[in-house]
Design a protein around this ligand. Structure first.
Ligand SMILES: Cc1cc2nc3c(=O)[nH]c(=O)nc-3n(C[C@H](O)[C@H](O)[C@H](O)COP(=O)(O)OP(=O)(O)OC[C@H]3O[C@@H](n4cnc5c(N)ncnc54)[C@H](O)[C@@H]3O)c2cc1C
Length: 495
């Protein structure tokens, strides 16, 4: 029997693991090299004094994309990972005391919004129909066929659908504002852009597909903590014969006459392979693993990093019963917040904050009578022209807590028993993401029309990329889909 062709994968984030599982299903000999001591990448966990903090993603959407990975090996996701659908999706707090809930049941949401603002129920229904239409257009080709270039958009969609049905030329905010009259509702639906760490005032209108992702397919939690998804994928990799080496940083992608030939590890070990799939983001991988510079790298500048964040994990010796599992606390001027973070690249003075309280669904995430909170305001990626000191990051963390107090979470500081704090510098050094980006490449109408870098290298044969910096972009389901689509390209090229 002919020897199986070898594939090396750089990094065991969700993108890398998805690619590994998909390539194994196609009969290749797959080895994954991960620099950290465990798999998962940004899907990560910290336990301390009875608290278990999900360090990265806290919302799972589109679980059927993960289901496919297990199905390709005749297995079921449910036998590995216990997913729970949430009834209350988002609880939204404003400093004037307004609280708005979004539910799994659209009619329940419509009735709730109507009770707050006359006419909002119908505005919401119309917006949901529009969001669904945008999702369906984007999903059928861009997601499912794995499109990577403007050219492939034109040939796959045809210009009538592209120019008249896809919301291409307005901004996300401009379209949200056509549906909703009230500014608070505009703020809430604009903040769906948080899933890709961009600005609703810069992203194209079709990014309004994101509410439908939640409404149409549910918002999910992974029982026992989100990291159990990484554990489930690790178990599947082991069962299907993928070799995983942790504590194994790749320092070079070898190539000869324009074709990659394998990888070199930090300890000097060389691993020959017919194809290399990098879960390290495109720009750092070309720079650090291949040593590219000059014109080629300048062409990649349009793939600017998405935002970063400060992430504060707090273990509290009390419970704030007013919180749902997923909460948002809004800036009093969200346009200014987006402008500071994405245009001026400065720390927000009055941030919009994502606040997660997982014990609402999973009490085991904190000791009894305690709360486990994650606070995440989005902030600029690391920009050498706008340096930020660690004192300034700390001051923002304090402003973030002050803002929670302003919406009624009183005396938080008095109740802190565990505190863990991440800045963009930590995110960059832990995962080697581009300038500390959390969500790969920014979705920006003017910079890239929300298109990310291609999955297949335009420079080296046998080199592919997966993860948030390539299409279709960041977020757990998208990088999982990316791994599956990249594996199809590898199989087509290697035959
Ligand atoms: C705080 C936070 C909150 C988030 N919230 C959500 C959410 O609620 N829902 C959601 O869907 N998404 C969320 N995301 C985004 C989501 O986590 C990411 O889009 C996704 O996990 C990225 O996966 P990836 O495979 O692209 O890359 P990564 O997770 O970054 O994985 C890349 C891996 O490659 C490894 N690596 C890099 N370079 C090398 C090298 N040279 N050698 C060996 N290994 C290397 C890294 O160590 C890492 O393990 C959040 C992210 C963060 C940080």
């Amino acid at each position: 029997m002919a020897e199986k062709k070898k594939i090396s994968i750089v990094g065991a984030g969700i993108g890398g693991m998805s690619a590994a599982i998909s390539c194994a299903a196609n009969g290749y000999d797959v080895t994954v090299f991960e620099k950290n001591d465990k798999v998962g990448g940004k899907l990560n966990v910290l336990t301390a004094e009875g608290f278990s903090f999900d360090l990265g993603p806290s919302i799972l959407t589109l679980p059927h994309i993960f289901e496919r990975l297990f199905a390709m090996h005749d297995r079921k996701l449910g036998d590995y990972v216990d997913t729970v659908a949430l009834d209350t999706h988002w609880r939204n707090f404003f400093e004037d005391g307004t609280v708005l809930d979004l539910y799994a049941d659209s009619e329940k949401t419509a009735a709730h919004l109507e009770s707050k603002f006359a006419g909002a129920g119908n505005e919401y229904r119309l917006f949901v129909e529009y969001s669904k239409r945008q999702y369906e257009i984007v999903a059928k080709k861009y997601f499912n066929d794995g499109l990577d270039t403007f050219g492939s958009f034109f040939t796959s969609y045809g210009w009538p659908e592209l120019f008249f049905k896809l919301d291409l030329f307005r901004t996300m905010n401009a379209s949200v504002s056509r549906f909703f009259t009230d500014q608070q509702l505009r703020d809430v639906f604009n903040y769906f852009i948080k899933y890709v760490g961009s600005s609703a005032y810069n992203a194209p209108g079709f990014m309004n597909l994101m509410p439908w992702v939640q409404i149409g397919f549910g918002l999910w939690y992974v029982k026992g903590g989100m990291y159990n998804m990484a554990r489930g994928m690790a178990r599947l990799m082991e069962e299907v014969g993928v070799t995983v080496h942790c504590d194994s940083e790749v320092t070079e992608i070898m190539h000869e006459r324009g074709r990659v030939t394998g990888v070199v590890l930090k300890d000097g070990t060389r691993h020959v392979a017919e194809a290399v799939i990098s879960n390290m983001e495109v720009i750092p991988a070309y720079e650090k693993l291949i040593g590219e510079s000059g014109g080629f790298m300048r062409k990649l500048e349009k793939f600017e990093p998405a935002c970063s964040g400060i992430v504060l994990h707090l273990g509290l010796d009390t419970v704030y019963p007013q919180l749902a599992h997923h909460n948002f606390v809004y800036s009093n001027d969200q346009r200014h917040h987006f402008d500071l973070v994405f245009n001026q690249r400065k720390l927000p003075t009055d941030p919009t904050i994502y606040l997660v309280a997982p014990t609402r669904t999973d009490p085991a995430q904190a000791p009894e009578g305690c709360d486990n909170l994650k606070l995440l305001p989005h902030i600029p990626f690391i920009d050498k022209n706008n340096p930020v000191s660690s004192e300034e990051y700390e001051a923002l963390a304090e402003r973030t807590i002050d803002k929670l107090e302003a919406v009624g979470l009183k005396e938080i500081r008095k109740h802190i028993v565990v505190r863990d704090f991440w800045t963009p510098v930590d995110i960059q050094s832990r995962y080697y993401s581009n300038k500390g980006s959390i969500y790969g490449v920014v979705s920006d109408r003017k910079k890239n029309f929300a298109l990310k870098a291609p999955k297949k290298s335009t420079r080296y044969a046998g080199l592919y990329f997966v993860g948030g910096s390539v299409n279709p972009g960041a977020g757990m389901p998208m990088v999982c889909l990316c791994g599956q689509n990249a594996a199809k390209l590898v199989a087509r090229d290697l035959k």
